[in-house]
Design a protein around this ligand. Structure first.
Ligand code: FAD
Length: 334
């Protein structure tokens, strides 16, 4: 006589048992922790398990002490070595590989910026893992959400790799509190790989304005401004009146109205401020890809059919050469 046994119920993640652990790459510049890179911590927390931060470069120990106060981080590992100061991926890739192996991490996360985008594919290749880029949501420890086709489609992707390697979009995750945590601080492994690549120089655009990537308010100008002179005459005073960062469309950047570092969109920066106010921007999908998560979108355009009005919360149909100075004056008078 046979009796059918009850099917065994397999838990969704067999890792009730398996310990999840994330290594979050924390960035620093001149000894200051980059707040944008803290999205890695928020993403790690969403995955579950423990989150360890990694900082490297000259003065890394001091940065590690500051990072230890970030809420939700269990441990910070630091590597004190000037070879990591300039973010050369040739130096960083072996560093991450060694630390991931040593710590037995299940997830490695970096911010989806120039540094992370250049670094993690190398690490993924060295660890024989498939990288998942520009993650905007975490569904579970192995399932992630990311936009494709300039944000026109949203892909949910499951990874079976033993080590998941992700870059995460900063604006999609809340910034954890930077005070109140008490993570342990420990020295990490330094493979001290001699790379043939040498850092020579960099030419950074300097500005006293809020940083475009993290500003609460952004004022952006597009091709409708017609020239660099008009862009400079109209956009900065409006941005000043609002205490905002300045952004631009790619058409404005390509036409030389604004610096490349100000480009918002698929091939520029992703921003999600409280207010995104734009003038003379049509709202091409590649531009929307970089700003449509903004809390309030306000647009000035003379064409009532401009696609930007489909995403705008507030729209003003009119000539920007009249409306922008008028708005600036009204804001200044407040
Ligand atoms: P236009 O599309 O020319 O729009 C100008 C707008 O100004 C019009 O709507 C017009 O009605 C309005 N206007 C004109 N005069 C006035 C006036 N006097 N008053 C009020 N309104 C006026 N674009 C980006 O922005 N960011 C990106 O990262 C980006 N990446 C791209 C990547 C790829 C692979 C490709 C193919 C394209 C990319 N683009 C990107 C380009 C994008 O497709 C558009 O060409 C660009 O965004 C258009 O910029 P714009 O809105 O300033 O110019």
């Amino acid at each position: 006589q046979f009796r059918l046994s009850q099917p065994t119920v397999v838990p969704q993640y067999s890792a009730i048992a398996r310990l999840l652990s994330t290594l979050a790459v924390l960035e620093q510049r001149d000894g200051k922790l980059s707040v944008q890179s803290l999205a890695t911590v928020a993403a790690g927390q969403k995955i579950g398990g423990s989150v360890t931060g990694l900082v490297a470069g000259s003065g890394a120990k001091a940065v590690a002490e500051a990072a230890a106060k970030v809420k939700g981080v269990e441990k910070i590992i630091y590597i004190e070595n000037g070879a990591y100061d300039r973010g050369l991926p040739e130096n960083w890739a072996p560093l991450l590989v060694e630390n991931v192996k040593k710590g037995g991490f299940t997830h490695l996360i970096a911010a989806h910026g120039a540094f992370g985008k250049s670094l993690l594919p190398r690490v993924a290749a060295l660890l024989d893992s498939q990288q998942i880029s520009d993650v905007t949501g975490v569904e579970s420890e192995d399932t992630f959400v990311r936009p494709i086709y300039a944000g026109n489609a949203i892909l949910t992707v499951q990874s079976l790799d033993p080590i998941k390697i992700l870059t995460v979009r900063g604006t999609a995750f809340p910034t954890p509190e930077t005070e109140g945590g008490s993570a342990a601080v420990e020295e990490g492994v330094d493979p001290k790989v001699e790379s043939p690549t040498e850092w020579l120089s960099e030419d950074l655009a300097k500005s006293d304005r809020p940083d475009l990537g993290s500003a609460e308010r952004v004022v952006s100008g597009g091709r409708g401004l017609k020239s660099k002179e008009e862009f400079d005459r109209l956009i900065p005073p409006l941005a000043d009146a609002l205490g905002a960062a300045i952004g631009a469309s790619r058409a404005a950047v390509d036409s030389g109205f604004a610096d490349n570092s100000l480009q918002v969109g698929q091939t520029g920066k992703n921003v999600a401020p409280q207010l995104y106010l734009c003038a003379g921007i049509s709202g091409a999908i590649q531009h929307l890809a970089g700003m449509k998560d903004s809390k309030v979108i306000a647009a000035i355009n003379k064409d009532p059919e401009a696609p930007i009005f489909q995403v705008a919360d507030v729209g003003l149909v009119g000539d920007l050469f009249e409306k922008v100075p008028e708005l600036t004056e009204k804001l200044k008078a407040q």
